[in-house]
Design a protein around this ligand. Structure first.
Ligand code: ADP
Ligand code: MG
Ligand code: MG
Length: 522
């Protein structure tokens, strides 16, 4: 009975497939919803005049800055070169492994040739890209801010900062249930973009003192932007709930794929691919000083195409400069020995978590537990700290070596914790066939694509809707907390939504002489 269920009715009630892109699903009034304000109304916007943020990191900002440069004969070449560097970076080479720069060695200037021979994985064009930005962030950046392209950027920013309410979305089927409320499929009316809306019932949050946890998850997510971690697109409130609108992941979680589809466990190519993507996600989190602390199969979600993302960052924590934390946090079966031992710990716990994940994907059962066994907590703690793991015949030499290096009890000797961090994990023999630069650019085809007709979860029908708890009253202090939470659109995700759904290209029209847009006078 715990099987993949065919739920055609629900799937077909979602427009244009589940990860809907393109114009389908937009409201017929979409242009009114995304109408630019007159430029004079945008002048007071509080915008930090920072080159990196305005012209590199924000997707719409970058597009408009590039349009500006292309309109200037003296800057055109700079932009063409920057674009060419992006292409070169992600070019597929014949030798599809980590040594993906061999191709360039014989073309590079002599000094470069030497360093490439020593280390074929270095980013060949790093210096070139840097000096390009160094030039552009000077005079060109100043001139850009006086141009109509920047005026247009301000108009987009004004739209981005519109208050968000539940009216902005259509709601579809229930996707899952969390500790404080349900997660629903939803669609932005203006653009047609599909997302997952995680609702936290205000009364449940208050009753279970979940305010810090909820705000923590929201604030950590809004500071991240990785293709291997769910993105936050909007945070808003309704009368009864706080809502986080997240990347839609409709292919189910890894727990389901490991245990409920066919023979328990996954084939070698999927194990390698998911492990590699999770590894990139962890590196991104750690680079941003975030410890994840809750790595387990049910928190790794698949999208329509078969890529994975890390989700549920409720237990994640921000480390202040080089620090460590303490606290027995996570899910017992996946906790590292140093967590159980009440020691101070850092990123080592996530590499242990990756070891558990690779083990479970390969063996079809979690480490240190027999099938269907539920040991007492004290017994589980003893096993994690003392017992050696057993690797059955499903483990190849490479995967066994990866697991035992990640599941090393002493965090100082664990793979990923011995100096070069996650890069050391990526260069393990098990990942030899993975080209991480291609993977990070989203250019590696997943080994498995979820069937769009299937719903990969056990009992969607049995999930009950949350009702609000009686007898909990909400007051001014709660209101202050809600104000911190409902910040509206998250800039980078929102701008990507505009670009991916083509709303950007359809609305960003400039006037016929290429100099003035009708909307700027409007
Ligand atoms: P909690 O922190 O309360 O455990 P989760 O973030 O784990 O909540 O979400 C609860 C469930 O909702 C998940 O187990 C999953 O089934 C579903 N879910 C969560 N996020 C998404 C998403 N981005 N896309 C699709 N389903 C999701
Ligand atoms: Mg969860
Ligand atoms: Mg959570």
């Amino acid at each position: 009975e715990r099987r993949v269920t065919l739920v055609t009715r629900e799937v077909s009630s979602l427009p244009a497939g589940r990860g809907s892109r393109g114009s389908r699903g937009r409201s017929c009034k979409w242009k009114d919803m995304l109408r630019f304000s007159h430029i004079s109304q945008c002048m007071d916007l509080d915008i930090e005049r920072d080159y990196l943020s305005l012209c590199v990191n924000q997707p719409i900002g970058k597009k408009l800055f590039h349009l500006f440069c292309r309109s200037r004969p003296d800057l055109q070449n700079n932009i063409s070169l920057l674009d060419a560097l992006v292409c070169v970076d992600t070019l597929e080479h014949n030798n599809n492994n980590n040594n993906n720069n061999n191709h360039f060695i014989h073309r590079a200037p002599w000094a470069r040739q030497k360093s490439l021979e020593l280390n074929p994985c270095i980013d060949v064009f790093h210096d070139c890209r840097e000096s390009m930005h160094e030039y552009l962030c000077g005079e060109p950046f100043v001139q850009y801010q006086d141009s109509l392209f920047f005026d247009r950027f301000l108009q987009w920013k004004m739209l981005e900062r519109q208050p968000i309410t539940k009216q902005a979305f259509r709601q579809y089927r229930l996707l899952g249930k969390g500790g404080f409320g349900e997660v629903w499929a939803c669609q932005v009316r203006a653009t047609g973009m599909m997302y997952a809306c995680k609702k936290l019932q205000k009364t449940h949050v208050k009753m279970r003192k979940g305010e810090t946890m909820a705000l923590n998850e929201k604030q950590i997510l809004e500071g991240l932007n990785s293709r291997f971690v769910v993105n936050l697109a909007y945070a808003y409130e309704t009368k009864h709930a706080l809502c986080m609108v997240l990347t839609m992941m409709s292919g189910g979680d890894l727990k389901f794929h490991i245990h409920n589809v066919g023979v328990p466990g996954l084939d070698k190519d999927r194990v390698r691919f998911y492990a590699a993507e999770v590894c990139c996600g962890l590196i991104h989190l750690h680079r941003n000083s975030i410890l994840y602390r809750d790595l387990k199969p049910e928190n790794i979600l698949l999208d329509d195409h078969g890529h994975i993302r890390i989700s549920d960052l409720g237990l994640a924590v921000r480390l202040s400069e080089g620090s460590v934390v303490r606290g027995m946090v996570g899910t017992l079966g996946y906790m590292a020995p140093e967590v159980i031992g009440h020691k101070h710990y850092g990123t080592s716990v996530d590499w242990w978590g990756l070891g558990c994940l690779v083990y479970e994907m390969t063996a079809g059962q979690p480490p240190l537990r027999l099938k269907g066994e539920h040991p007492k907590p004290s017994e589980m703690e003893r096993r994690i700290q003392k017992e050696e793991l057993e690797y059955g015949d499903k483990f190849s030499k490479e995967v066994k070596d990866l697991c035992s290096s990640l599941l090393t009890k002493n965090p100082r000797e664990r793979l990923g914790c011995r100096g070069s961090g996650g890069r050391e994990v990526q260069s393990h023999l098990f990942f030899q066939s993975i080209n991480f630069r291609m993977l990070e650019a989203g250019l590696v085809e997943p080994p498995f694509k979820p069937d769009p007709r299937l719903v990969y979860c056990t009992d969607v029908h049995d999930i009950e809707e949350f009702s609000s708890v009686k007898g909990v009253s909400l007051d001014q202090r709660d209101h202050d907390f809600y104000c911190k939470f409902h910040s509206g659109s998250i800039p980078i995700t929102w701008q990507n939504e505009m670009i991916e759904t083509r709303c950007f290209s359809e609305l960003n029209i400039f006037g016929p002489d290429g100099s003035r847009s009708p909307d700027l006078d409007w």
